[in-house]
Design a protein around this ligand. Structure first.
Ligand SMILES: [Mg+2]
Length: 305
């Protein structure tokens, strides 16, 4: 676990995802799940893949076994590949550099992060002085066009800004959360979340991510956060806009490890969904039981990429 993160366990995370379903898109029409060995086996059915990163491309700082090779094979068959990730704590250029280090050959145009979705929305919104939640010293090269300050532990910072952009939870303590909640209670303002995920699977457990803190505030104050990223349509719209327009939505497959973000979002966007089970969120869970409980069904379940 990287230092500075609060941690939780799978069961707490699953229960929270279920408890906040009213703030997530509808699951849509029921689907039948087909099982396949890997993505190559179902390649005839898709023209493009949207790939989650954590749990699909990489596990922490290591690539998912066989992932670079499989994607190279699919690319040679003419498949369009895009990464659609809720990783919002660094600019997309930093994500791309990481994927290259892990052996993937994506271009900048092939990676869409929820941070980009949020920044694009902020650029179109009325100008505000934003308070940005990120650890001190974070790379903010892509935020220079937005009037902003990084929030510290000083409550005065929170009271002076005109809206909040929650991009990263590393170092975010219960004290920070209390300062934020008090400030928002005094004066409600736009509360934008760049990573709707509740948790991220790490090598040694689950880190608590911005979505988790945002839903806690939404539960305790009558404030509706605005979420950017999967499972919300703003993320899928941005990723789909990078694909050739002649590809129909049901020939685009969203590949992910998390039912409440990747699969729910892909289904809600009118895509086909592929659940990759061995890594990430559902590693060491009874997958069938989990899917029964949450009634979020992928179109395909694959045991390997
Ligand atoms: Mg994932």
């Amino acid at each position: 676990m990287p230092a500075g993160f609060r941690t939780t366990d799978y069961h707490t995370a699953f229960a929270r995802y279920e408890a906040v379903r009213h703030r997530l898109p509808e699951a849509g029409t029921p689907r039948v799940t087909h099982r396949a060995a890997n993505l190559a086996e179902i390649a005839d059915h898709f023209d493009a893949l949207l790939l989650d990163a954590f749990g699909v491309l990489n596990i922490g700082e290591a690539p998912v076994p066989g992932a670079p090779e499989r994607l190279a094979e699919l690319r040679s068959l003419g498949k369009e590949l895009r990464v659609l990730t809720n990783a919002a704590s660094v600019p997309v250029q930093d994500l791309l550099a990481k994927y290259h280090r892990l052996g993937f050959d994506f271009t900048l145009e092939e990676v869409v992060s929820s941070r980009q979705v949020l920044i694009a929305a902020a650029a179109k919104a009325p100008a505000r002085h934003w308070g940005v939640i990120l650890p001190e010293g974070s790379d903010t090269d892509d935020l220079t066009d937005l009037d902003h300050r990084l929030l510290t532990s000083d409550p005065a910072d929170y009271d002076v800004v005109e809206g909040f952009l929650f991009l990263g939870s590393k170092g975010w303590s219960p004290e920070h959360q209390e300062i934020l909640a008090r400030s928002l209670a005094k004066a409600p303002r736009p509360f934008w979340i760049g990573n709707p995920d509740l948790v991220a699977p790490r090598e040694t457990g689950f880190s608590v991510e911005p979505g988790f803190f945002a839903h806690d505030i939404a539960d305790s104050l009558a404030i509706a956060p605005t979420f950017f990223g999967k499972p919300f349509d703003n993320a899928f719209d941005m990723a789909l806009a990078t694909l050739p327009p002649e590809i129909p939505r049901d020939r685009v497959f969203m590949v992910g490890d998390s039912p409440h973000t990747d699969i729910l979002g892909g289904n809600a966007a009118g895509l086909k969904s592929v659940l990759l089970t061995p890594y990430g969120f559902l590693a060491s869970q009874n997958v069938e039981q989990v899917l029964e409980q949450c009634e979020i069904r992928p179109d395909y379940e694959v045991a390997a990429i």
